[in-house]
Structure formats: C-alpha cells, structure tokens
Design a protein around this ligand. Structure first.
Ligand SMILES: [Zn+2]
Ligand SMILES: [Zn+2]
Length: 411
C-alpha cells in the first residue's frame, strides 16, 4: 500500500509534498495555503480535483466560521467536486489510477437505527468529507465504498460535481411524493410551487419540471424570472410585482385551489409561513430551507387541521438519491452546465466568497455556481464562460431569494 501510494501522487508530482488548498481559519477568514498532499490509507482514494463548485452551505459555514455537523475551524473546505484517482489505498478494487469519479460528501454507517429504518440521511454516524477546494482530496474508505461513482467519458467534472446538491433536492422531492424511478416521471399533472430561485430553488424548479410537475416559481429579483423559466417554471411570480404573493401564486394553480406540493427554498420564517398558505387542501409543504437556528414560526392551526395539510422538512441525501441525481445528470435531460455561471482559480476563492456575501444590484447577474479549477483553468475555459454568459438564459439569476441562509440546508 505504501508503495502504491508512492506510485500515485508522488510519482506524478515528483518531489512535491504540498498542495494549494483553501483552509477556513475563522469567520470570513478563508486562506489559500500550502498543506501536505493527502495520502490514501486502507480503503481510501486520493483524487486530483478536476472541478469543485461553490455552494450555499459553504457560504453559510464561511459566514459563521463553523458548521455543527460538517466541519470545524482550521479545516479544509468545500464539498462539491469530481476528480481523477491518483492514488488508491490497500484493498480498493472498484477504482483504478486514472478513473474519473464523483465522490459524495458523506456516507452513512448502515448500522444505526436510522440507517436500518431507510433514513440514511439521518444516520447517527454520518461521515462527512471536506476539502474540495484543493488540488488533491482524500476520500475516506466509507465514502469510497458506498458513495463514489464512475463518470462516463462524456460527463465533465463540473457537471458531475452537481450530484451532491441535486441528490438533496431529489430526496426532497421523493419525500414529497414525486417519483424519479419511473421513466416518464410524474404524470398526474400535479402543480408545485417553488419558493426561491437561488441555486437550490433552481435545482428544485428544474428537477420538479423534469419529473412532470407544473411548476410555479416565486422569486424576488427581476433577473430570476428568466432563470426560473429557463429551468422549467411554467409561471413565475415576482413578489414585488404583486400585492399579495400568496394570492398571486394560488391564482396560478388549477381552479385557484393551491398547489399539490409547495417547496420552500428560501429559508426565512416569512416564506415558511407563506408556503403553508400556498398549498391546496390535502397538500404537502416541504420546508426545505433551514432558517437560522432558534428561529420560530407561527402557524394557523385551523388551516393545517381543516385543510389536512402535511408539513415536512428534508435534510441531506442518501446513497440512493445520489445515484438518481447522478443518473439524471448523465442522461443529459438535466441541464447541469446551465447552473455554472462562473469559474475561478483556487487562489481567487476568497474573492469569490466575499462576492457571494454581497447581493448584486438589481439587473446585475449573480452567480448560481462558480466552478473552481484547482489545477488551473482548462484550455478554452474563458471562452466557454463568456459564451455561457451570453446564453439566452440569462445567466441572470440567483442571488435572490436565496441569500445563502438555508439555501442549501441540505447539508
Ligand atoms: Zn452543497
Ligand atoms: Zn447510520
């Protein structure tokens, strides 16, 4: 094993022992430093990171300087990535040097009560991995074994890296009664209202529409209107354009009865309350966005009782939803590359995060996902980015109702 380790990164990198990596040193204190190149222990892999993506959860961690479940200070940072195997530890047989893979950011134990109860996302011993914003990353044995997938040649690293956030969204939809197992998806002509058009809101809009739902998006910024439509929203309500966003969204549902499913992806207490009022009788509300801890909401008990409403929330993903997310991306039906609105070198990451902190002025496009290329920008990348910027879509977009907050509570 030691030998194979030396044949991996060491051989490729010659005498190199360190790599450039993002380290979170404190609140809003992200530094790019030289740290030791990781080595693969038994069952582990070391990947050369092909591409990593920025994420609302990372922004939240950056703001607070910590994450209760995911990571503490002075640690490597970033969790959405895909890359190439450069070293494999003893006992790894499913992966070889040179394989292109996407590792999820966690893996369940499959032994605790929650795992045995088909709720692996709630595993008591969920193992998290961070360090995507680096030239190399070590993948723990459990993630190698349970949650690392091979990329087909046709799939880019950056598109594959969307597997993790989409896996959270797919689980949220499945828990809301939407099926991705059937080829045709949801055929019942059901209506979903999606609150929010940040990265997670847009993933919900796109995935729900691909599943056959009629999607009504509720957005804040003007530029999000085109973006929501691009990803499949049938109708869009911009909250500042209407006197009453709840009434406006309900009016767009069949017979004005309210949505079958309401998906909250803003993470404010106000939008949690709106969401409950947008559902039809017998409808389901998935409160996906996580407001700051300690937040409380007031709900109309009569409304919930007499309307027979189902309120639920969703956290994280499971190996099964990760695979369904990955398959959807591989199929090409899911337009992964349209979520990539910017790209940067790792040295620019602190600047990227500082920019994510400020909401762009009206009319200025915010980023959905910025691709970080730790190995340097690929040839032609700049032109590709420019081309995308001019896309009809509009990379118009995000910032909006997402505001980092719980935009990706999923983690
Ligand atoms: Zn994420
Ligand atoms: Zn478990």
């Amino acid at each position: 094993m030691v030998r194979s380790a030396q044949q991996g990164v060491r051989r490729e990198e010659g005498v190199r022992r360190t790599m450039r990596a993002a380290v979170l040193r404190g609140r809003e204190d992200l530094r790019i430093e030289d740290v030791p190149i990781p080595e693969a222990g038994p069952g582990e892999l070391v990947l050369r990171v092909g591409a990593a993506l920025t994420c609302g959860t990372d922004l939240k961690v950056y703001r607070r300087g910590y994450h209760a479940k995911m990571l503490t200070l002075d640690r490597l940072f970033g969790h959405e990535l895909a890359g190439t195997v450069v070293e494999r530890g003893q006992g790894v047989t499913d992966f070889s040097i040179g394989d292109r893979v996407v590792p999820l950011n966690s893996a369940p134990c499959d032994q605790c009560f929650f795992c045995r109860n088909q709720q692996q996302n709630l595993c008591d011993n969920l193992l998290f991995n961070n360090g995507a914003y680096a030239e190399f990353i070590r993948i723990p044995a459990r993630i190698v074994e349970k949650n690392t997938l091979h990329l087909p040649d046709s799939l880019s690293f950056e598109d594959a890296a969307l597997t993790e956030p989409l896996a959270c969204v797919i689980r949220g939809l499945e828990e809301s009664g939407v099926s991705f197992a059937a080829a045709g998806g949801d055929s019942a002509e059901r209506t979903a209202i999606v609150l929010g058009a940040g990265p997670i809101g847009l993933l919900f809009i796109h995935a729900a529409s691909l599943a056959g739902l009629q999607v009504i998006a509720v957005v804040k910024r003007k530029d999000q209107i085109a973006m929501a439509r691009h990803f499949g929203a049938r109708d869009v309500v911009r909250i500042s354009d209407v006197p009453d966003p709840i009434a406006a969204a309900r009016a767009l549902t069949p017979e004005g009865r309210g949505a079958d499913i309401v998906l909250e992806a803003v993470a404010t207490t106000e939008t949690w309350q709106w969401a409950v009022r947008m559902a039809r009788k017998g409808g389901l509300i998935n409160l996906f966005g996580g407001p700051p801890s300690g937040a409380t909401v007031t709900l109309d008990t009569n409304l919930i009782h007499y309307s027979d409403l189902t309120l639920k929330a969703s956290f994280h993903h499971t190996p099964a939803t990760a695979r369904r997310a990955f398959d959807l991306i591989v199929s090409g039906r899911f337009r992964a590359h349209d979520f990539h609105t910017g790209m940067a070198m790792i040295e620019d990451l602190p600047k990227v995060f500082r920019a994510m902190m400020t909401r762009p002025a009206e009319g200025v496009n915010a980023e959905i996902k910025t691709i970080i290329f730790p190995g340097g920008l690929p040839d032609g990348a700049a032109e590709t980015a420019a081309g995308r910027a001019g896309d009809a879509v509009a990379k118009g977009n995000a910032g909006a109702m997402s505001e980092g907050g719980g935009d990706e509570p999923a983690l």
